[in-house]
Design a protein around this ligand. Structure first.
Ligand code: ZN
Length: 499
């Protein structure tokens, strides 16, 4: 038996079998039931979600011969239904807006519509990619769609609804098509495979559904490729090998290596991906999906269809090492990389640069990290028994009066070396800092603590710190002021203003 392309085999014949566009189907069926037909319909939405199929279905609804008037359930077997589905009906004219964009083309339509349909109720013009029409063509069309002959209907489809003039839009009944969810796509792929008795692995199907990015048509195209390369059964391993993408295990490994600072291995692995035929753009997309999922996990979202991978497949090591802020930073960099990729001199080099950014991210200090460290410090201070941190400068540690605070901190900080301050901060904040890190991030530490300690006007982010400080007792406040003084001192060391 000849293999039929899945997208055409599974092309929906009526609104009931449309995937994921229930709203559109309901609205159209409502309008047909009440015989409140518009002169022109406008189908907008992303590519591959069923706009053109819906236009043909609507045409069969309008022209089905088995019913006396337009119906939501066309018979599918009359001459009109069959011809429209095959694209050969003389009364349903499909025009590609991309190649018929001029005023002359629209004039030709205006001449044609003077002649009534030959074998149907309506003469229907389906104009795909209608946003490509010139403004002159749109103007010429305007009058026609406002007052067409009673037997003429227009169905416009576009992926770029913002390019349609408002004057045209206001004269059409508009329907917005949505991207289709991974779950729905996966169900349909499963159905398509069951019909032709081809076996598959769940995760392979899941990957195909995810890669289709909301487009049913793309999903079917990918499925056909998968069937072509598979030997009897569609497996994830084979898709990975032959369709060129990085699987979750590859991504876990790559990111873990970079986080471990084993850059040589990370770069070798990256080159290995590229050697296997995975394009740089694909790697950027795969990494984006990966870090996006990690961001969702950090927000306690665990549903597989939202993450794109099963929760259990993510490396615990990577999850433990990355904070939400760090993940967001990496994701932002990937988006920028994706945008610039097409102009890149060497995309592999940019990806290697990104890997080193992953490696460096752990030494970056974020205000939220600082808050967490301060909270931890507070817990230690409140429970001295469990405390692991001790302040080298506060041996007797008496609850000091306000005047004592100033006199105690000033002379002692002066005796500290730069190295000991770094060691002290490392101990207090449990972060290993190098002088270079402090140069980069010292502003954050400085500003946060400065504003917090002095109760100056705070930004929204720092209100939290203020609340925290308001709850400190006098000993804790005094100890925090010591930290603050030391950070001040670091600033003076780096800015060369040592007094
Ligand atoms: Zn029919």
């Amino acid at each position: 038996m000849k293999y039929q392309v899945t997208a055409s085999r599974k092309r929906p014949k009526n609104f009931q079998s449309m995937v994921g566009q229930e709203f559109v189907a309901t609205a159209i069926s409502h309008s047909l039931d009440h015989q409140s037909l518009a002169n022109a319909y406008l189908f907008t939405g992303p590519r591959g979600v069923g706009k053109t199929s819906s236009a043909r279905i609507l045409a069969t609804c309008l022209n089905c011969l088995a019913n006396e008037k337009p119906t939501i359930t066309p018979c599918g077997t009359c001459a009109n239904c069959i011809e429209i589905a095959a694209g050969s009906s003389v009364d349903v004219i499909e025009i590609d807006g991309a190649s018929n964009t001029g005023v002359g083309d629209v004039r030709a339509i205006k001449d044609e519509i003077l002649f009534p349909p030959t074998a149907s109720r309506f003469k229907i013009y389906i104009i795909d990619e209608v946003h490509m029409l010139s403004s002159g063509a749109f103007n010429a069309l305007l009058k026609t769609i406002e007052e067409p002959p009673v037997y003429v209907k227009f169905i416009f489809a576009t992926t770029e609804s913002h390019k349609i003039p408002a004057t045209i839009k206001s004269r059409t009944q508009q329907f917005n098509f949505k991207l289709i969810s991974i779950d729905l796509i996966k169900d349909r792929l499963q159905e398509a495979l069951n019909e032709v008795n081809i076996s598959y692995e769940e995760e392979a199907l899941f990957w195909l559904a995810k890669e289709a990015r909301g487009s049913m048509r793309d999903a079917y195209t990918l499925l056909d490729q998968a069937i072509a390369i598979s030997q009897g059964k569609i497996t994830l391993a084979e898709l990975k090998e032959k369709m060129g993408f990085a699987g979750i295990d590859d991504l876990n490994q790559l990111v873990a290596l970079a986080l471990d600072q084993t850059m040589q291995d990370a770069i070798l692995l990256l080159r290995d991906f590229i050697a296997k035929g995975i394009s740089g753009e694909q790697i950027i997309q795969d990494l984006s999906a990966y870090f996006h999922a990690i961001m969702l996990i950090k927000h306690d979202i665990t549903k597989e269809s939202l993450l794109g991978f099963p929760l259990a497949s993510f490396s615990q090591e990577v999850l433990a090492k990355l904070s939400l802020d760090q993940t967001k930073d990496l994701l932002t960099s990937l988006f920028a990389l994706y945008k610039s990729a097409k102009f890149s001199i060497n995309i592999q080099l940019e990806l290697e640069l990104f890997l080193s950014q992953i490696a460096a991210i752990q030494t970056k200090l974020y205000p939220s990290d600082l808050l967490a460290k301060l909270s931890a410090l507070r817990i230690n201070l409140t429970n001295p028994a469990t405390s692991t941190t001790t302040l080298e400068t506060s041996k007797p540690n008496p609850p000091p009066s306000k005047t004592e605070e100033i006199s105690i901190s000033a002379p002692e900080t002066k005796t500290l070396s730069k190295a000991s301050i770094l060691a002290y901060l490392a101990e207090q904040f449990d972060i290993s800092l190098t002088p270079k890190d402090l140069l980069i991030d010292e502003d954050i530490v400085q500003i946060t603590l400065h504003q917090a300690v002095h109760y100056q006007t705070l930004s929204a982010r720092q209100v939290e710190i203020q609340t925290y400080l308001a709850n400190l007792d006098s000993t804790q406040a005094w100890q925090l002021s010591l930290i603050y003084d030391k950070i001040n001192l670091i600033q003076s060391i780096f800015y060369g203003e040592q007094s």
